[in-house]
Design a protein around this ligand. Sequence first.
Ligand SMILES: [Zn+2]
Length: 317
Amino acid sequence: MGFEAILGNRRLKENLTQSLSKGHISHFYLISGPEGSGKHTLARLLAAAILCRSGQKPCLHCGPCRKVMDGNHPDFITVDDPEKKTVPVDLIRQARADIYIRPNESEYKVYLFPRAQDMGIPGQNALLKVLEEPPRYGVFILLTDNPDKLLPTVRSRCTELKMQALPEGELQAALSGQFPQAQPEDIAAAIARSGGFLGQAQRLLGEADQLQPQTRAFADAFSQKDPLALIQLLAPMEKWKRDALAEILAAWLELTESALAARGGVRAVSPLARRIAASRSAGEILEAVKALKQALDYTQSNVSPGAICGYLAWALR
Ligand SMILES: [Zn+2]
């Protein structure tokens, strides 16, 4: 199996496979790359490879491999609290103490730090003490979308694995398989805006896929310049709570903003945004953007949802 689940990144996968087959395991890995570049997938496969009991690592079939992939291997520990903005230094100190307790069932104990850029200086200093003198079986995998936020003393101790952008053909093949409903131009636009990273393109296409019915209806009414349809759409929303209204208006704002960008030459992923851009002038879209921003501001004050919907029926006509 190896690292096949990661697309592209051929040299990185070859180097890892080669060093693992020779039993060369680094104590510290730093996996860097933007959001959606596959850092988490690589980290999991790497942990599986380190804990794997089979010849070709990771085999993804043996007990340890499966436990890692299922997230319940006792020697694969994630150090984070996603609720907190900064990774709490206490958690890092706990991990630092825990690492001196021998592995439960493997030859290694692997610690994953999913957002090393958010460890803060005290956290990194706490980590540094282990980095200087790790136990023989200790492995740390740090993930970051911004390696420059790490102390040079931390970074220099790590084997850095840098996720690379994928070639267009490879992205296209993967995305057409995963989004069979998407039009070729949606996929092309997502690729153009993804920076070459699969996760980013998936997110863009997924968002375009999951629009609320009201947002579709808004795009229809606005691009067809149909004031009656707009009124029919807004009338039931007059009874909504402000929060629900704000949520939908934010989606409309995003849509009109990307339509405006599309008029300026940026390829829009959403077919709805492209349709608005094709049927309305830049000036008209700009007016809609302004009106939606104003309406969103109203949802934060004590203007009633009824008055907000009335304002929009007039401003977006
Ligand atoms: Zn295995």
